[in-house]
Design a protein around this ligand. Structure first.
Ligand code: ZN
Length: 359
């Protein structure tokens, strides 16, 4: 029996595929190809492949076999090769030939049999708070959890987890990123995930709203459209949410799919000038907020970009507008996309001085 045949005979794997599909179909947990799950079975860690969607976990083979002991040793040894999970993949046992997610390093950092990682919007809303450690201590009282300050996904994040979470910690809240839960069974991990998500979901949320009819008219012929998600539209109509939105990126997948932060239309600009400014920037932004009217994105948006534009509204609806938030620094934004940090900083400074000149 091959390792893959043995895995398929394990009822826990069937349970993981079911839970993974459910999480993948829940936009409040997973957006686009984000999030990943794993199971350790027969000395091998099977983890979601990079670029695949959790929603496809039952319909397709999306799990890749990884030598997690070898990967863990490389992480502990500060070996940069751990950032490329490729060398730690059991190629002969890999039926799909896919590459493991870079977040395999997070999964390897827990000895638990089952690890679920999602970009739960309620968790992100808590994990971007400046006071996240104290806030979480209150909300997650009685649970085994640790807050991990933001670190770029990869071996560095795995080392940060080792530094901040005692071995055996069941819940990790990743600063400006998301949620990780660990359990000996799929049911155990799933129930923890539901518990944390429920505890971090605020009792009151910002109400959804519609873009103004005028916005659609003004976008006509620009190639841009109102974001088809009412919680996201709300941001343009709520001064306090606008303040949270206005600034650098809040979490990695926003940057990866929508560009850095958001572009906010200036009073001196027409809507078409604002979307042109966003699109033509050296580091383009795919979310343009027109205060008082609505939020726009390109009509050519992919499924992933649409999912992340919706997530932005879902996260902000759950942010306490009175809480201060932490944003990714410019260097953190640059390192995520392998941008040259100096070019990025210069382009931002140039854009900011242009804006000051216009206003
Ligand atoms: Zn993640």
């Amino acid at each position: 029996m091959t390792a893959y045949e043995a895995l398929r005979a394990n009822p826990e794997f069937a349970a993981l595929r079911t839970v993974s599909t459910r999480l993948g179909l829940d936009p409040l947990q997973v957006q686009g190809p984000g999030g990943n799950t794993s199971i350790k079975s027969g000395g091998i860690m099977w983890v979601k492949a990079s670029g695949t969607w959790l929603a496809d976990a039952e319909a397709q083979d999306i799990f890749v076999p990884v030598d997690y002991n070898g990967l863990t040793q490389a992480i502990v040894a500060n070996d940069e090769s751990a950032d490329d999970v490729g060398p730690f993949t059991h190629a002969s046992e890999n039926p799909s030939g896919l590459r493991a997610s870079i977040e395999a390093t997070v999964h390897a950092s827990s000895p638990a049999k089952v690890v679920l990682h999602t970009h739960c919007v309620a968790t992100i809303a808590a994990a971007i708070r400046k006071d996240a450690p104290a806030f979480l201590a209150e909300k997650l009282a009685g649970l085994s959890f640790a807050f991990i300050p933001y670190t770029k996904p990869g071996s560095g994040l795995a080392r940060a987890i080792r530094a901040h979470a005692p071995a055996g910690t069941e819940i990790l809240v990743l600063g400006n990123h998301g949620l990780v839960v660990c359990g000996e069974t799929v049911a155990e991990a799933d129930s923890l995930l539901r518990e944390v998500s429920a505890r971090l979901t605020p009792t009151t949320k910002a109400d959804p709203a519609d873009a103004s009819p005028a916005l659609k008219d003004r976008l006509s012929g620009t190639g841009w459209m109102p974001v088809p998600h009412r919680p996201t539209q709300r941001i343009a109509l709520d001064e306090r949410l606008l303040k949270v939105a206005d600034g650098r990126t809040l979490y990695p997948d926003h940057l990866v799919f929508l560009g850095p932060g958001v572009t906010i239309a200036m009073p001196s600009e027409t809507v078409s000038q604002a979307v042109a400014r966003a699109a033509q920037s050296l580091f383009p932004s795919k979310l343009v907020i027109v205060p008082g009217h609505g939020v726009a994105m390109p009509e050519t948006a992919s499924r992933s970009e649409l999912a992340l534009a919706s997530a932005f509204g879902d996260v902000l609806a759950r942010v306490d507008p009175n809480a201060s938030v932490t944003r990714l620094s410019r260097d953190q934004e640059a390192e995520l996309l392998d941008w040259d940090a100096e070019t990025y900083r210069k382009s931002l400074n140039k854009e900011q001085s242009t804006q000051r000149h216009v206003t």
